[in-house]
Design a protein around this ligand. Sequence first.
Ligand code: ZN
Length: 285
Amino acid sequence: MTNQSTGLSQELHPLVRRVLAPNPSAFTYSGTQTYLVGRGELAVIDPGPDIEAHVEAILGATAGERIVAIVCTHTHRDHSPATRALKAATGAPIIGCAPLALEDDGPRADAAFDVDYVPDRVLADGEQISGPGWTIEVVATPGHTSNHLCFALLEAKALFTGDHVMGWSTSVISPPDGDMADYMASLDKLMARDDLVYYPAHGEPVEKPQRFVRGLAGHRKQREGQILRLLREQERPIPSMVEKMYVGVDPRLHGAAGRSVLAHLIDLETRGMVARDGDQWRLAA
Ligand SMILES: [Zn+2]
């Protein structure tokens, strides 16, 4: 768990504070971390779940300051629902990722989507927003969700990575909205950057982030290799692969693991390496 309590803000950098939401779970680690960027006039990144105490904590931490932008990385329900309460309280515009109507077709593996999210302005890759002493640049990173954005704080060479790169676990990639090929391309995109630190929505800051991202990409390649080996033995349904690939992993996460295996299989299918008959997956002939 992070060394942080809910309700209070913690300074990580002169321009960056975080407020932990009280929503710990098997998917959110110690909870969603809302970031406050700037001083005096500031942006709030990922206001989090619509929990009154959390919105109060954000308002308390910024008392005497002005929130000029409410910014979202993506629209999972542990990230964007508090945009409404925060906008109502401050009048600040909601600026960030695109809204998403697509529903997950699988079991409730990861967080569900916030279908009530209504941005005042959608940001595209490379766009900037700024305030006194801070500049935030958008880095589009589809994969975890199709609308996922990371945000670079140029003055700190820091990147707010949302759920694309987390400090405690790999991301769930849940089709059809989650896309493994997009996710891998978005990891490559981060590896080509020279950020000094990542501030993920869940877990501690990540130092030496390029090395960390290389590790994440390697981990996915390993998973892909495992899948191909298992299918070389015999054709299989996804639960049989999860059982062999996620030995020792919390069974509460097996549903989510199955979604990530499906994401790999769809990617391999697109590349002509595997095929399916109903629930059974096999190597392509
Ligand atoms: Zn998410």
